[in-house]
Ligand binder design. Structure first.
Ligand SMILES: *[C@@H]1O[C@H](CO)[C@@H](O)[C@H](O)[C@H]1NC(C)=O
Ligand SMILES: *[C@@H]1O[C@H](CO)[C@@H](O)[C@H](O)[C@H]1NC(C)=O
Ligand SMILES: *[C@@H]1O[C@H](CO)[C@@H](O)[C@H](O)[C@H]1NC(C)=O
Ligand SMILES: *[C@@H]1O[C@H](CO)[C@@H](O)[C@H](O)[C@H]1NC(C)=O
Length: 803
């Protein structure tokens, strides 16, 4: 027995055992059911890409116009207009560069010419029926203009007006800074920085008929190095006078709020009709209030893990326009502990916090406490209107209200998420969340919010949260993980078109488009469709297809809540088909005694657990194969390390998902004993000397180039025993082992042919002859199998594994 081969297999075995021991087989809840690579996505026609221009980048500012069927994208030095049907079909672009003078000034100021001294488009907002308002960094000199897009889709106008306005307080100077803006009724609300140094951060209102207005300057109680993530208008009552603007941002914790440096996520509010104060806070907001957003999980040691780095927010509308659900994506601040979470907030909770105690402290060395004194009337933060305030404009506010508002911009209580915890937490992965959009999907058994989460690795996660028993017990089901950019890059923009049923993604390197659902990828059986639990999809009697709640067809089978194919599909097909027997792969495999073999079996669904059963012959009792020294269960299949003659028999690979068992594969293994093989191999010395290396004999490591390679790999592995390289190595070993087996089969085939040739010339021992005949049939069969398997393996590399 080759000791090197033995060691390698042992090493792989140990690693696999460690993975199994760590519970990888048991905790599959956080694993995406389907994982589609960039290649999978392209080849299955589920991805359309715009690969970007050589002279542009940062495709980060999106404006979706469903009526005109266009996606307008702001990037470095360009504005694009894409067709929503297919972004690669007909798009137009407008170059918008900073002037050479500005670029020179920017360079002289010590900025990086190519990365900073360009015009990065940061604001793209609908202005009126025919024009958009657009602003860019203008090489550290913000500029704005109007972009004509026409009234109707047929107008097909896309033209930048030559008129350039000052972009200060609208777009940041520095392209790296996070800003958020929204244009409502001709006025632009923007959270941004308004100076070259990037120190004067504020929430501005510019444009329109009023004097520009902003937050108090250089007061860290108001804003402390904020990074803005979103701006939204949310009505407070049926009276538009009460309309409020909400800003979502993160900032440094206020002095005295936290020991050391910390980031806090915030929600800020303003009245849309705030005109500033009369004597104090002139042209400053008088209704600004902010509160901390908490997204944390309790730790076992009593210390909560906080997700404070707010990355993105999405407002999911409900029947009541006053109460959208706020979905927010967070990551951790820690460099060591990488994690992401999604938390949901209700407007009722947010309003309750803004109506609660103000944060107060008596001086720089005091603690922040809830303000206990008398709050002046009208309560700061209330909008001037007939509904609540009984005053007409903020300019009429009593001085004591304005004074109080100025020194108490923060609320004492934080806003906790719905159910007091995140709906999704991811900590064991090498990526972090960056973006989120949510779609409300009508399914047979109710309405579901399907989340599309973008990551910093160019992937999208499709997640549905399903109530287990009540609203308070949500089960998060990770349906798919898809790679949508050709290389790992952070997803920085995301828009969902309900009309097109498409998702649009922006990154540094380009724009991608993908459908919201791909029901056909789930499989060709009712059970598979049902197990997928994708609210967009249902079994229509013949295939897994898009579910439309309107079509009242009785044959539609869908069960999002339970994903139970037994109740949904059992009457449709006979039991065999239901349990997957119809698509059962039945194959024969030959192994050589004392060598190892790998029975490949991995379910299409990454959520399914696999287990193996063995029976000696068809009528014998089946027994489960447990991982032990010789049998190693992996996610890819079963590895049998040292084959015994008594291992011959039938191996059944079963997938269990959601309590539903499917037999995926039936392998009949026959172990050939070494003597006979040796016998065969040595019969023809010439053939044996051919460039074929029997996998089981690797002990002298200098023998052939192949062996040398192996030896080198092995040594490098010993020097760098990291888990991932061992994993990769084992993958390679398995691949090579397959190749070796293939070569061996070919060799035997050659031997066989040679024997047959010899037979015609001399008399042979009849027993050997018979034996050789039998083997010949077997090896021929094996070779056929190998061919078939190669074809399949090839197919499998492209498409998700078909069951
Ligand atoms: C989009 O357009 C490109 C170029 O015309 C075409 O190759 C591709 O098939 C289209 N994709 C879809 C999904 O329509
Ligand atoms: C960038 O390159 C494209 C062609 O690839 C060209 O149409 C465009 O005008 C260029 N933009 C600038 C600002 O030079
Ligand atoms: C929209 O605004 C632009 C820029 O101010 C102006 O030229 C255009 O006439 C306006 N269009 C309409 C329909 O008001
Ligand atoms: C197979 O391995 C066993 C145990 O190590 C050994 O006793 C036996 O001789 C080996 N068989 C052959 C043919 O090498």
């Amino acid at each position: 027995m080759g000791s090197l081969w033995g060691s390698i297999m042992l090493l792989c075995g140990l690693v696999l055992l460690r993975i199994e021991g760590s519970g990888a087989q048991q905790t599959k809840d956080n694993v995406p059911r389907l994982k589609l690579s960039y290649k999978d996505m392209l080849e299955s026609n589920n991805l359309v890409t715009f690969e970007g221009l050589a002279n542009s980048s940062a495709y980060h500012t999106f404006l979706l116009d469903e009526e005109k069927g266009r996606l307008v994208v702001g990037a470095k030095d360009h504005i694009f207009s894409f067709n929503l049907l297919n972004i690669s079909r007909d798009y137009t672009q407008i170059p918008w560069l900073a002037s050479p003078t500005r670029r020179d000034e920017c360079k002289w100021a010590g900025k990086d010419l190519s990365r900073e001294c360009s015009n990065f488009i940061k604001v793209l907002q609908p202005f009126n029926q025919t024009h958009l308002y657009v602003c860019g960094t203008g090489a550290f000199h913000p500029v704005c203009s109007y972009l004509e897009v026409g009234k109707k889709p047929e107008d097909s106008v896309f033209k930048l007006e030559p008129l350039i306005e000052n972009g200060r307080g609208k777009s940041p100077y520095d392209p790296k800074l996070l800003t958020a803006s929204m244009l409502i009724d001709g006025e632009l609300y923007a959270g941004t920085s308004a100076d070259f140094m990037g120190r004067d951060f504020a929430i501005f209102r510019t444009l329109g008929k009023h004097h520009p207005i902003r937050t108090e300057q250089h007061d860290s109680r108001w804003l402390n190095d904020p990074r803005f993530v979103g701006v939204h208008l949310i009505p407070e009552s049926d009276n538009p006078e009460d309309d409020k603007i909400y800003l979502l941002f993160k900032e440094n914790a206020m002095d005295g709020e936290h020991a050391g440096k910390a980031t806090h996520a915030r929600i800020g509010q303003l009245c849309k009709n705030d005109l500033g104060g009369h004597r104090s806070l002139v042209n400053k907001w008088t209704t600004f209030l902010k509160a901390r957003l908490i997204c944390s999980v309790p730790g076992s040691n009593g210390i909560d893990t906080h997700f404070d780095e707010l990355q993105d927010v999405f407002l999911m509308s409900t029947k009541d326009p006053k109460s959208p659900i706020i979905y927010a994506v967070f990551t951790t601040s820690s460099n060591i502990f990488k994690g992401s979470a999604v938390c949901m907030y209700s407007m009722a909770d947010i309003r309750r916090v803004f109506l609660g105690p103000y944060a107060h402290r008596d001086g720089p060395n005091y603690q922040w406490v809830p303000f206990q004194g008398r709050v002046p009337y009208p309560r700061p933060g209330t909008c001037p209107s007939k509904t609540f305030g009984g005053f007409d404009t903020t300019k009429d506010l009593p001085d004591e209200v304005v004074t109080f508002a100025r020194s108490h911009p923060a609320m004492f209580n934080p806003v906790y998420p719905i159910n007091n915890r995140p709906i999704i937490v991811k900590t064991d992965v090498d990526y972090q969340f960056t973006q989120i959009v949510v779609d409300k999907v009508e399914a047979e058994d109710g309405q579901y919010d399907v989340m599309f989460i973008g990551t910093d690795m160019g992937t999208i996660l499709k997640v549905v949260s399903i109530p287990r028993g009540s609203w308070h017990d949500l089960e998060e089901v990770l349906l798919e993980e898809m790679t949508v950019f050709r290389e790992p890059t952070a997803i920085k923009a995301m828009e969902l078109s309900t009309k097109q049923q498409q998702l649009y993604l922006g990154s540094d390197i380009g724009v991608s488009q993908m459908p919201l659902h791909r029901c056909e990828v789930y499989g060709k059986a009712c059970a598979e469709c049902c197990l997928a639990r994708d609210p967009y999809c249902a079994w229509d009697g013949t295939e897994c297809s898009r579910y439309f709640p309107m079509a009242k067809r009785r044959t539609r089978r869908q069960d999002i809540r339970n994903g139970d194919p037994l109740t949904q599909c059992s009457d449709l097909q006979h039991h065999d088909e239901l349990s997957g027997q119809a698509t059962l792969l039945d194959k024969s495999v030959y192994g050589v005694e004392n060598s190892s073999t790998f029975l490949e079996c991995s379910p299409k669904s990454q959520r399914a657990l696999t287990y193996w059963q063995y029976q000696h012959s068809t009528d014998d009792r089946k027994q489960e194969i447990k991982s032990e020294e010789r049998f190693i269960r992996t996610d890819q299949g079963l590895l049998i390390r040292t084959l015994n003659k008594k291992d011959s028999g039938i191996y059944l690979c079963q997938a269990v998902e959601h309590g539903f068992i499917q037999t995926l594969l039936k392998v009949t293994l026959e172990v050939i004993d070494t003597e006979r093989l040796e016998d065969l191999l040595h019969r023809d010395e010439a053939a044996a000397a051919a460039a074929v290396v029997p996998a089981r004999d690797l002990s002298p490591p200098q023998e052939t180039p192949t062996q040398r390679l192996w030896y080198r790999d092995f040594l490098s592995l010993v020097n760098h025993p990291t888990l991932s390289s061992v994993d990769e190595f084992c993958e390679q070993v398995w691949k090579r082992e397959r190749k070796h087996r293939r070569q061996k089969a070919q060799l035997v085939q050659q031997v066989q042919t040679h024997q047959q040739h010899q037979q015609q010339q001399k008399v042979v021992n009849p027993r050997t002859h018979m034996h050789a005949q039998g083997l010949a049939a077997k090896w021929k069969h094996l070779q056929e199998r190998q061919k078939g398997r190669n074809r399949r393996t090839h197919e499998l590399e492209r498409a998700p594994r078909s069951v």
